[in-house]
Write a protein that binds this ligand. Structure first.
Ligand code: KG4
Ligand code: ZN
Length: 337
């Protein structure tokens, strides 16, 4: 079954063709970083315009790379939530138009669920269920108990900033470019992670929830106290990263022992961080970690097409062109409708 995936939730325009949920025939991503760089963050209006300009040529390119024509596509999968509403609309309406014009079924896919599915696509061996889903992206930070593909229950989530958002904001304080994760990771390799005693927040009575806004403010205050040099900035980057990831590590370990879980799926752009991966390998060797490959960890449409296949095939689900709406927020648990 050939599935065309479309992704336009935020600042990546992406199209992909995936066979039977796993075999990636093409995976084209246009990162709009250069469009938004000057503003230090995503400008929704610019994101929408870029999606409009790029989407159709990118669908053509994805088909060409896969050596297929539209008439050979069996299903269209589109990320319809969560994300920026204007940006979502571009991909969703393109998918609806194609579906109607060509008579091909289409399904709406939850972008966050697809981030977790990307870890399954990247690894040969399936995990043992229930496993834990750790979502670490620019817009989401959450721990999900995954009973099976499509069956989730929320364990904890951030009450303020998402982890990627915290990286992006701290990067801005350190005059690093957007998106801030990769340059912080790079700068942190030159710094001392024990130099500043930063800590992420704990929420009373909610041991699995996250809070990164206090950590961000602590970085701001620390910056006011120091002489800005490459070394002090590197120490701040390393200490911030250490505090953020130790918090994720500790809460993840706590959740796995409470739920008696051994396998973890990681999803989202921050899961690309090599320091995070090493931290889990060294501090939690008893846990089996499933990370997405580099091509599937940042926003992409292969994960949308891959999960779309399962929604259609296994869950027997087709979305209605006339009623499916995009949504800025959508918890995983409600996705089965
Ligand atoms: O999953 P993603 O591509 O988009 C969302 O769905 O939000 O994640 C983007 C986020 C950005 O905040 C970016 O700074 C962060 O992922 N990120 C990283 C790294 N690469 C990307 N954060 C830490 N370390 C990285 N290597
Ligand atoms: Zn994402």
């Amino acid at each position: 079954m050939y599935v065309l995936g479309i992704e336009s939730t935020c600042d990546e325009t992406a199209c992909a063709i995936v066979k039977d949920g796993k075999d990636i025939l093409s995976n084209i991503v246009y990162s709009q970083v250069d469009v938004h760089k000057a503003f230090g963050g995503v400008v929704p209006e610019l994101s929408c315009r870029t999606h409009v300009e790029l989407l159709i040529p990118m669908i053509d390119k994805a088909l060409k790379e896969a050596r297929l024509t539209l008439s050979e596509i069996d299903l269209i999968a589109v990320a319809h939530a969560p994300g920026l509403v204007g940006a979502l609309l571009i991909g969703l309406n393109a998918a609806k138009a194609l579906s109607l014009a060509l008579g091909i079924p289409f399904v709406g896919v939850n972008h966050v669920e697809a981030h977790l599915y990307a870890a399954l696509m990247s690894n040969q061996q399936p995990p043992s269920y229930p496993c834990l889903g750790v979502v670490l992206s620019g817009g989401h930070t959450a721990l999900w108990k995954i009973l099976a593909l499509g069956n989730y229950s929320l364990i904890g989530h951030t009450i303020d900033d998402a982890i990627g958002e915290a990286f992006d904001k701290v990067a801005r304080m350190l005059s690093l470019p957007y998106p801030g994760g990769p340059p912080i990771e790079e700068l942190a390799t030159k710094g001392d992670p024990t130099k500043f005693a930063f800590r992420a927040g704990n929420i009373k009575g909610k041991p699995f929830d996250f809070s990164f806004s206090g950590l961000k403010t602590a970085v701001l205050y620390a910056l006011k106290e120091i002489t800005p040099t490459e070394t002090t900035y590197a120490d701040i980057a390393a200490s911030f990263q250490e505090a953020a990831f130790k918090d994720i590590l500790n809460k993840t370990i706590l959740a796995t022992s409470k739920e008696n879980i051994q396998d973890i799926l990681f999803g989202g752009g921050v899961a690309n961080n090599q320091y995070l991966r090493k931290l889990f390998q060294t501090k939690a060797p008893h846990l089996k970690c499933y990370f997405p490959s580099k091509a599937l960890s940042l926003d992409n449409a292969a994960m949308i097409a891959g999960l779309g296949y399962h929604i259609y095939d296994r869950r027997g689900h087709i979305s209605d062109v006339y009623t499916l709406q995009c949504q800025t927020r959508l918890p995983l648990a409600n996705f089965l409708e």
